[in-house]
Design a protein around this ligand. Structure first.
Ligand code: CU
Length: 218
C-alpha cells in the first residue's frame, strides 16, 4: 500500500514535469504575439574554393508566421560588400522536400566548379518568395536586384520585412529553405555582366552563396 502510494506520487511528479515542459514548448513556439516561430541557419554553398575565391558567406534567419503573414529577420555576413544580394525562399510543393545542394551539383552550366542556381535547382526547388525591400515579393521579383538588400562595407546585411506568403508556403514552411545569392568573384566592386547563366542572369549576380533549411524553433 505504502509502496503503491510512493509510485503514484512519483508518477504524479513525472506527469506534472512533462506538462510543465510541454507548456514551456508551446509558449516558446507560440511566441509573444501568437505567431509560429521558425529559424534557419545559412551556411556557405560548397563551391570549389579555387573557383569562387573561398567565399564563406553565412546567415541567420528568424521567421514568425501568423496566417499568411511572415515576419522575416535575416542577418547575412561574408557577402560581397556594397552590392545587392538576391534572397529567396526556395522549395518544392509538399510533400516533396527540397534541400540545400551538395558539392556533387558543381557540374553543368557555365562553370563546373560552381553550383549555379540552375545546377542546384533539382535540390533547391524553384524560387517561391523573394526577400525584396519594397513592392512585390513573388518569384517574379527573384532577380529584381534594384529592390534587394545591399551588403555594407563589412559584408554584412540585415533584412527585416513582414510579407504575405502563398498558402502552400505558410502551410509547409518547415520544408522550405532560404538562399542568398550574389558574389563579386573577381573583387572588382561589381557584378560582371558576363557570363550569362541558364537563368538568363549574370553569373556573379545569381550565384548562390549561402543556404539554410527552415525549421520550427524548438
Ligand atoms: Cu534563390
Amino acid at each position: 500500500m505504502k509502496r503503491s502510494r510512493t509510485i503514484s506520487l512519483l508518477t504524479a511528479v513525472a506527469v506534472t514535469g512533462l506538462l510543465t515542459v510541454a507548456a514551456g514548448a508551446i509558449a516558446k513556439n507560440g511566441g509573444d504575439n501568437g505567431g509560429e516561430r521558425y529559424r534557419a541557419a545559412l551556411s556557405a554553398v560548397p563551391h570549389d574554393p579555387a573557383a569562387d575565391g573561398g567565399s564563406n558567406a553565412s546567415g541567420r534567419a528568424k521567421l514568425t508566421l501568423q496566417g499568411s503573414s511572415l515576419d522575416v529577420m535575416l542577418k547575412g555576413s561574408g557577402l560581397s560588400p556594397n552590392l545587392p544580394h538576391a534572397m529567396h525562399i526556395h522549395g518544392k510543393n509538399h510533400p516533396e522536400i527540397a534541400t540545400c545542394p551538395g558539392a556533387d551539383r558543381r557540374a553543368g552550366g557555365v562553370s563546373d566548379s560552381l553550383i549555379e542556381t540552375a545546377d542546384g535547382l533539382a535540390d533547391y526547388g524553384p524560387v517561391r518568395v523573394s526577400f525584396t525591400t519594397s513592392g512585390d515579393t513573388s518569384q517574379t521579383s527573384g532577380l529584381a536586384l534594384e529592390r534587394m538588400p545591399v551588403a555594407k562595407d563589412n559584408g554584412k546585411l540585415t533584412y527585416r520585412r513582414t510579407i504575405g506568403v502563398p498558402a502552400e508556403i505558410a502551410q509547409h514552411l518547415g520544408e522550405k529553405h532560404i538562399v542568398i545569392h550574389g558574389h563579386d568573384i573577381d573583387g572588382d566592386g561589381g557584378y560582371d555582366p558576363d557570363p550569362i547563366t541558364a537563368l538568363g542572369a549574370p553569373l556573379e549576380a545569381e550565384l548562390p552563396v549561402a543556404c539554410g533549411e527552415i525549421r520550427p524553433q524548438r
